[in-house]
Design a protein around this ligand. Sequence first.
Ligand code: SAM
Length: 254
Amino acid sequence: MNEKAKFDLDRFYSNESVDKWKQIIGKDLHYHFGYFHGSEDLETGLKQTVRNFYPHITLGSRILDIGCGWGGPAKMLIEEQDCLVTGITLSTAQIEYCQHLGLNVWQQDLEQEQNELPNDYDVIFSLEMISHIRNKTQLLHRLRSSASRLILSENCVADDFSGDRITFGGSMVFCTVSELIHAVETAGWKIQSIQNRRFYSLRTFALWKKNLDRVYGKHQPPGQLESLHRLIDAALSSPISWGHSFPLIDIIAT
Ligand SMILES: C[S@@+](CC[C@H](N)C(=O)[O-])C[C@H]1O[C@@H](n2cnc3c(N)ncnc32)[C@H](O)[C@@H]1O
């Protein structure tokens, strides 16, 4: 808990300009891994990740997108699935950008138990944010009263992983796959499906790296982009063993 109190996540997500982020992660600012079958471009792979969840989202659903980033997935859910989406993020810059897009967003620290969560939704949608949360079970439990379905995608470590779980500039604490399952179930959710899509996501690293190299060349990128750069180098040095150590888990629960 203490290291979380010291970590300024708002700054971590708000310091670099939106234009810089667009040059690295793409114009729609999806900040999650893509899903690739072959040599698709970054935008196609990122959109496919979101579309993979459409069979679990009824058209017109009310969705609470926790950790909504700059609203890339929310925008797709509105435009392609006719959903009503409320996003929550800690980052001031992301809130401002989402508001500029016309999205309905709340600025809130989801780690703080005293902050009330909005309810009356059909689906909780959460792409790659739970790793930022120290007490994952507590948040997942609080989310029970917000919606009846949970769609969760999360970076984990393998159950036999023995390295450092605090990562990404100190902003994330990875749990194992078993711990994630335990947190979801202890919080009162019933898992309907679970899958590891890490090996479909690995191309994202090469495409992010291409953009970082184009923009920064041999220079070190600033702030969070430096953490991203380090992650990319670690993954690309040995993608298969990295992929085994760091599963990317999709869970559908009710
Ligand atoms: C890796 S980004 C994913 C963004 C988005 N889901 C996407 O896929 O494009 C993680 C997001 O979680 C948000 N987040 C992390 N911890 C949070 C917290 N304690 N409260 C609210 N939002 C948080 C960050 O601000 C950021 O928007």
